[in-house]
Design a protein around this ligand. Structure first.
Ligand SMILES: [Fe+2]
Ligand SMILES: [Fe+2]
Length: 201
């Protein structure tokens, strides 16, 4: 069987040699389940980091720094302010879908991180683009009062603080940016948490 393995297959894993899920036996599923946890432990954070790392040299459509540096600058500001590790990783990854998923990049980040972070951060990530509107008074499509509907919500202040301190101000080409390698262990630790299932509502 080893000779048949594609380059994507590792010699120290076992593989189910069937072409349809309907043909998988119970023991096939047990094999996958037994290897799945180890695989995610090894790969998940690494692949998330790669999504961001791959954008390092991407161009911008008008900002003076690209999305990669914006993410690093956001996380660096959070680090300088002494925020906790979860908040720093949330800053680092809040816009990881900004280019690939522009109109719903907040939901993208919330889906990516939601099982590993507090409800406060999940809530903020989902809505951060609308909170950002308050800082774009001349944006022709933004409603500066978009976030007002949530005033009084327990996570309102954090969302407002996040966009003010760690988002709208993190576009400075001369601003401090710690290297991605500085944040890698934090991302690894976050994804090593036991994920909380998030029911679809
Ligand atoms: Fe954003
Ligand atoms: Fe942002």
């Amino acid at each position: 069987m080893k000779d048949d393995l594609s380059p994507l297959m590792r010699s120290d894993w076992r593989y189910v040699d069937k072409n349809s899920l309907e043909d998988f036996s119970r023991s096939d599923w047990q094999l996958l389940l037994s290897q799945r946890q180890a695989y995610y432990r090894e790969q998940q954070a690494k692949q998330v980091l790669r999504m961001l790392a791959d954008s390092e040299h991407d161009p911008t459509f008008g900002y003076r720094i690209n999305n990669y540096r914006h993410c690093l600058q956001s996380a660096t500001l959070a680090l300088r302010d002494g925020l906790d590790e979860e908040d720093i990783v949330v800053c680092l990854l809040h816009d990881v879908g900004f280019i690939t998923c522009p109109d719903s990049h907040g939901e993208f980040a919330a889906a990516l991180l939601g099982s590993y972070v507090s409800e406060r951060n999940h809530w903020m990530l989902q809505r951060h683009a609308l909170f950002q509107d308050a800082h774009s008074p001349h944006h022709p499509l933004a409603d500066p009062k978009a976030s007002e509907r949530w005033r009084g919500h327990p996570h309102f202040e954090w969302a407002a603080t996040f966009v003010e301190r760690y988002d709208q101000a993190a576009i400075d080409p001369h601003g401090e940016c710690a290297p991605l390698s500085h944040f890698e262990p934090m991302v690894m630790r976050l994804f090593a948490r036991v994920p909380r299932p998030r029911p679809i509502d």
